[in-house]
Structures are given as structure tokens and as C-alpha cells.
Design a protein around this ligand. Sequence first.
Ligand code: GUN
Ligand code: ZN
Length: 453
Amino acid sequence: MTGTENGAGSAPAALRGRLLSITADPAGPGDTPGFLYLEDGMLLMADGRITAVGPADAMARRLPAGAVVDHFPDDLIVPGFIDTHIHFPQTQVIASYGAQLLDWLNTYTFPAEQRYADPARAAADARFFVEELLRNGTTTAVCYGSVHPQSVDALFTAAEARGMGLVAGKVMMDRNAPAALTDTAERGYAESRDLIARWHGRGRQRYAVTPRFAITSTPAQLDAAGALLKEFPDVHLQTHLSENPDEIAAVRALFPAAASYTDVYDRHGLLGPRSLFGHCLHLEEAELRRLSETGSVAVFCPTSNLFIGSGLFDAAAMERPDRPVRTALATDVGGGTSYSMLRTAAEAYKVLQLRGRNLPALAALHRMTRGNAAALGLEGEVGALEPGRWADAVVLDARATPAMAHRMAAIDGDPEEELFVLMTLGDDRAVRATYVQGRRVHDRASDSARHAG
Ligand code: GUN
Ligand code: ZN
């Protein structure tokens, strides 16, 4: 770090460096999003929010004498990343060998999630989880808890302590899971309702009603989820949809009256603009049309889809102009294999390549920041370096490893190329610092000193 003596925990008045932020959504498929790039820019911050952005010399004149400025002349400063689908109780499921979805759930995931009945275990792992997100530059995340409400209390508590914003919920599961992991339709409803009362709208925290997926909820429980959405219209809904062929066959057998997997959720009132459907890999035309009509969001989880062998997200099918489906990008740890949204973007690029498309660096940055904010309806709050939004930012070092530094030596100052190197070769090692509400919550230098010591 250059020109600053402040470590983790400091709250400078401004960040100075090479600022890059997406300013406008792409007009359509293949369009480049609008962006702001300032070679020597400055972000002014007060009370946790961004107050002004502009050239450093002009901004510096607005600062009182002696104001602390964190200066990163060599790095790219971008908005904090947003992860739209990640499982808090899967920090020790990540990197579990050799199974497709249903076996993976039964063999690894359900046993691991039972440990979160213990509030002390939940609290310790929630602190780990939140720190790991911040180390990776993720400052807003949409999270699944375990079935135990105490797991979600622990998670919100850990996030609140660091100032980051979560959208999270306890999973509702009342069948086809071990007894220790099931609630009932009534209990799932009551526990979710209590969590909404405790956490929804408290600071930056928001609730997502979270029926895990159609296989583990009875129709009565899906009704209960729908009732919660009616009662609390500004909460989110998150679940999984059409990830794996065996899963789809099981849903068809469990819900013979439904026309499709999507129709199961539709019949229970679960589609809508605040509804996030993880995966959406094997959808039929009628399902895509319903997702489009309702403004529902299909969440692309590339590292998970590759690792569990689930399939290749069909971005072209989502982007059909006559019935566009809103999309978001996510890690899906622990089916996903990295907490890093940079690495997630790299895998998204490869999946799209296999589908005859690709993902330009600015479009990837859009997905990681402004686009994901819009998918969550949080575009006024996060996702861009713009006045009024939370002062959440990531400082990215494109020379973090020898291979990256060597590659960067062949680039002459084009920020788009640099961003592509960051997303293709980068991960947590490239995150020099993370700021949440203007406070430095991760500092790579002190982090490595701590791990060394
Ligand atoms: N479907 C239902 N639960 C899960 C989960 O935990 N991870 C993934 N990838 N898919 C699911
Ligand atoms: Zn998931």
C-alpha cells in the first residue's frame, strides 16, 4: 500500500486511485455497459456512504486539512462485489469429491448442516464465513442458512458486526431430509416469521424466505412460503430450480399435477421480481416465459455447475429479446468451488465460451456489481461508486502473483485488459483491501502477517 499508514479498521475520509465503476446497464445482449474510469480519482465518504466521486485534484479541495486519504496509485478501485447465492453452512462442504447433486446433498451437505443446531458452532463459523467474503472483496451477499434459525441469527450478527449487508434466510425443509434437518410447514413458517421480525430491515440486513427446493418441501410448506411473501411483500425469496436431471425427475414425481418444475413454485405464488432461482439449467420454453413474465431472476453459478457436473447455463436463452429473463451471478459455495467473484467470473466466461459466446471484462464487472445489485432490487444502495450508495469498495492488485505481474508487463495501461487479467487469473490474492461503509475491513498486508504469525 502506498501513501497510507492505516491498517484494517481505519475509516479514511477518501479513497484515491484508479477508479472503475459501471455507470449503466448494457442496452441489450452484447452491448458494452457504460462505465466511469478515472486514472487518478477520488471517492469521498462520510457516515458510511459515498458523498462524491471525481478527479483527485478537484475532490481533494473539498477535504478538510489533515483528512486521511488511503491512496492506491497502482490498483484498480471498484465497487464491492455482490454474491447472489451462497450457503453459509457449507464452509466444510466445499471441495467434496465426486458426486452429482442428490448424492452430494445426502453424502456431504446434509450431514454438515446438522452441526449448525449448535449456536456456538454457528457463531464461530459465521465469523469465518463473513471474513472470507470480505477477504474476497464481497461486501453484499445473499445467503442460505441451515434449517436452524440460530444459524441465521449467527450469520446476521456476524455481518452486522462488520457492517456488510446480507439477504439471508433459514432453509425450510419438511421432507426428504434427515430428521435432524427438518422442520414442519408450521414451524418453518413461524421460525421464518420470527427471523423476519428480528432482522428484516435492521440496518443493511434483509430477509429471504428460503424453501430449499421443491424436493424437500411439501405443498403445505410451499404454501407457507407463499403466505410469508404475501405478508411481507418486500422480503426476497430464494430457492433452487432445474439444476440436475435426477432432481427434475424427482420433482415431477412429487408434484404430478404441476406442468413443470417452475410451475411447482408458480402454483404456490413464489415467482416475482424479488425471487431468486439458483441454477435454471434445464428449463423448457414455457418455464423461461413464466420467469420472464414474473420478473424472476435466474442465478448463474458457474463453478458449482461445473463442479457438480450439472450443466452449462444458457445465457442466450435468458437474453431472448421477446422474453428476457433477468439473471444474476453467484458462487454457490459449497457446491461452488471459490468464494471469489473474480474466479466466478472467470468460470462464467468459460461456460459462455462452451456455449459459443463470451464475457467481456466490463460485462463481467457489471455482473459482479451493478448488475447483481439490480437483480436484488438494491441498485440505490450498492453496486457502483456513486454518491448516496454505501461506501463499499475493493482495491484490486493486478500484479498479485508472479504470473499476473508477468502478464501485466505486456499491457500498456488499458483498464479493460487489466480487469480481464484480474478476472481470469485473480482471486483473494488480488484483493489488496476491502472497504465496507467506508471502513477498511480487510487489509491483505496485515492479513498475511497474521497468518504468518
Ligand atoms: N439444491 C438443493 N440444495 C442445494 C444446495 O445446497 N446446493 C446446490 N448446489 N443445489 C441444491
Ligand atoms: Zn445453492
